[in-house]
Design a protein around this ligand. Structure first.
Ligand code: PLP
Length: 522
C-alpha cells in the first residue's frame, strides 16, 4: 500500500519554493482571511491523496485550522502512512484488550461519549486528532462483542483474517457492482458464492447476492418470489405493479423473526394479511397445523429460531409446499451454518428443497459487520427482480448490482471469501460444533445452578429463566453490571426469559465456566 514516492515528482513542482501553478488541474485555489489557499490533490501511480496545502505564493505557512501542512512532494504519502500505522496501532491495542474490557461499557465510561458533541468544525481538524478522539472517546464506549464473553443476540466476533481482508479491501475502495467496476471484487465474490453453496450444500447453480444483512437479503428474495408467482398468472409486476394484481398469500411461522415481517411489510403485503403457522413449544412450525398452501403462496420457514435456535421440520414441510406449487423461503441468518458440519447437518434435513435462503456472514461465520447473502435457486428470478442495468452501466445478469438491492456497495464477499479460505470446510464445521458444545456446557451449568433451561439446546442458543418474572428480568441487569458478560432478555411464550448465544470464535470453555459462575453467584 506504500505509494511509490519517486513518482510524486511527476505531479507537482519539484522545487517547494516555486509558486504553485493554479492552472494545474490538480490544484484548486481559494482564499480565506486574505490568505491564498491551495487545495492540493496529489496523484501517484498507486494512490491518490487529497490534502490541504496552504501557502502564500512562494512561502509555506501553517494552515489556519491547524491541519498538517505537508511536504509537497512526499508529504501526502508520508501522512497517509502515519495515519494508517496509527490506526493499526490503536486497533491492535484494542484487540489485545478484548479479554479484559468491560463487555458492556459502564455508565461512567459512556459519559465520555459527550466528547463527540462538538459543533461542526468550520475549518476541519487534523487527521490524527480525529483518529485520537475516535479511539479515546469511542473505544471505551464499545460493546465488546468482538470478545469471548459476549453472549448477546447472535452477533459473532470477527475472525482476524476476515478483518484483515476487510482492511486491505478498504484500501482498495472497490465498488463491487460488476466486473467493470472491480474485476477483483467480482472474481472473489463469485468464488465466495460458489464456496458458500458448497459448504451449505445448496443447489450449485443458485444465484448468490452479497449485501448488508439477512434483512435486506430476505427482501430481495421475497420480492423475487412474488414476481415469479405473479408471472405464472401472466401478471407483469414490473410494469403493472400491484394495483389489481392477483393476490399472493404469505404463510409465516408464528415465531417468525421480526426482520422477515418487516421485509413483508415494506414490500406491501400488509401484516394483517400474513397467515401465521402455529408452532410447537420449541418454536418450530407444526406440520399437522400448516395452513393451506397453493401456487400463489410464499411459505417462510426458519433455520435457527432466534430464541431457541430451532429448525422447522423442512423434510415434511417443503415437499408439501412444492406439491402445492408454493415458493419456500428460508430465513437462515445464523442457523444455515449448521449445514457446514456433518454432525449438525441433520437439523436442516430437507432445507435444500427450498427456493430461496438468506444467511449472514457477520453472525456465525464470524466475518466483520456487515455482510450477508441472499441465495435463490432460480437465478433468473433474482436477476430479473433486482436488475439495475442502465445505458451507462450495463453488466451481465450475474453481476452483483443485478442480483441485490444495492447498485453500489463495498465488496462484502471478500471477508466471507477470506474466512472460508482460511478455515476451510473443516474449520467452519469445527467452529460451529465447538459453539454447540459450549452452549450445552452452559446449559448444564445453568441447570446445576438452579435455572430452568427452556429450550432443548440443539444449536448455539440457550434460553433460560427463574421461577418469577421479576427475578428473571433482574438476572440480565445484574450480570451486565459485573462487566464480565453480556446477554439479552426476551419473552418466550408469554413469559420473561433471557437468552445466551455462543457465537464468538474467541469463546473458550473457561469463558463459559466464568459465565456460569457469575450467574450462579448473582
Ligand atoms: C433468525 C434471524 N433472522 C434474521 C435476522 C436479521 O439479520 P440481519 O441483522 O443480518 O438483518 C436475525 C438477526 O438477529 C436473526 O437472528
Amino acid at each position: 500500500m506504500r505509494a511509490d514516492l519517486a513518482s510524486s515528482d511527476q505531479i507537482g513542482p519539484a522545487d517547494p519554493s516555486r509558486p504553485i501553478d493554479v492552472r494545474d488541474p490538480l490544484f484548486g485555489r481559494y482564499s480565506r482571511d486574505g490568505v491564498h489557499l491551495h487545495s492540493l490533490r496529489l496523484s501517484c501511480r498507486s494512490s491518490i491523496i487529497e490534502s490541504c496545502y496552504c501557502r502564500r505564493v512562494g512561502e509555506g505557512i501553517p494552515h489556519p485550522s491547524g491541519a498538517a501542512v505537508f511536504n509537497r512532494t512526499i508529504g501526502g504519502n508520508r501522512m497517509t502512512d502515519e495515519l494508517t500505522q496509527e490506526a493499526d496501532r490503536r486497533a491492535a491495542e484494542y484487540l489485545a484488550s478484548v479479554d479484559e474490557r468491560d463487555v458492556f461499557p459502564s455508565a461512567e465510561t459512556l459519559g465520555g461519549l459527550a466528547r463527540f458533541d462538538e459543533p461542526l468544525p468550520e475549518n476541519g481538524s487534523s487527521e490524527l486528532s480525529t483518529l485520537e478522539l475516535l479511539d479515546d472517546a469511542g473505544s471505551p464506549a464499545t460493546v465488546t462483542s468482538n470478545g469471548p464473553r459476549y453472549f448477546g443476540f447472535v452477533i459473532g466476533a470477527s475472525l482476524p483474517v476476515a478483518s484483515a481482508a476487510e482492511r486491505l479491501a478498504l484500501a482498495w475502495d472497490q465498488c463491487a457492482s460488476s466486473f467493470t467496476n472491480s474485476p477483483v471484487a467480482d472474481t472473489l465474490e463469485k468464488v465466495a458464492a460458489r464456496w458458500t453453496l458448497e459448504i451449505l450444500d445448496l443447489p450449485r447453480d443458485s444465484a448468490v447476492s452479497f449485501g448488508t444483512s439477512a434483512s435486506a437479503g430476505g427482501m430481495a428474495c421475497l420480492t423475487a418470489a412474488r414476481r415469479r408467482l405473479l408471472e405464472r398468472k401472466d401478471w407483469n409486476f414490473d410494469e403493472d405493479g400491484l394495483l389489481g394484481a392477483p393476490p399472493v398469500r404469505v404463510v409465516i411461522p408464528d415465531s417468525v423473526h421480526i426482520t422477515v415481517t418487516k421485509a413483508l411489510r415494506v414490500l406491501g403485503f400488509g401484516t394483517k394479511n400474513l397467515v401465521r403457522a402455529p408452532v410447537d413449544e420449541q418454536g418450530r412450525v407444526d406440520p399437522a397445523r400448516l395452513p393451506e398452501l397453493d401456487d400463489m403462496t410464499i411459505l417462510c420457514l426458519q433455520a435457527g429460531e432466534v430464541n431457541t435456535g430451532e429448525f422447522d421440520p423442512f423434510e415434511s414441510l417443503i415437499p408439501a409446499a412444492r406439491d402445492a406449487g408454493a415458493w419456500v423461503h428460508v430465513d437462515g441468518a445464523f442457523g444455515l451454518w449448521a449445514r457446514s458440519s456433518e454432525r449438525m447437518k441433520h437439523l436442516t434435513a430437507g432445507i435444500e428443497g427450498a427456493d430461496s435462503w438468506t444467511t449472514d456472514g457477520h453472525k456465525w461465520l464470524n466475518t466483520p459487520y456487515d455482510g450477508a447473502m441472499a441465495i435463490c435457486r432460480d437465478a433468473g428470478a433474482l436477476a430479473a427482480a433486482m436488475n439495475s442495468d442502465a445505458v451507462y452501466a450495463t453488466a451481465s445478469a450475474d453481476s452483483q448490482k443485478n442480483l441485490g438491492l444495492e447498485f453500489s456497495r463495498r465488496a462484502r464477499g471478500i471477508p466471507i471469501w477470506a474466512a472460508l479460505r482460511t478455515l476451510g470446510r473443516r474449520g467452519v464445521a469445527e467452529m460451529v460444533e465447538r459453539h454447540c458444545r459450549l452452549a450445552r456446557r452452559l446449559a448444564d451449568g445453568l441447570k446445576d445452578a438452579g435455572f430452568e433451561v427452556v429450550n432443548r439446546v440443539c444449536l448455539n442458543q440457550v434460553l433460560a429463566r427463574l421461577e418469577s418474572e421479576d427475578a428473571t428480568r433482574a438476572v440480565q441487569a445484574a450480570a451486565e453490571k459485573t462487566g464480565r458478560i453480556w446477554f439479552g432478555n426476551t419473552v418466550w411464550q408469554g413469559r420473561a426469559a433471557f437468552r445466551l448465544s455462543v457465537s464468538s470464535w474467541r469463546t473458550r470453555d473457561e469463558d463459559i465456566d466464568e459465565a456460569v459462575s457469575i450467574l450462579a453467584g448473582l
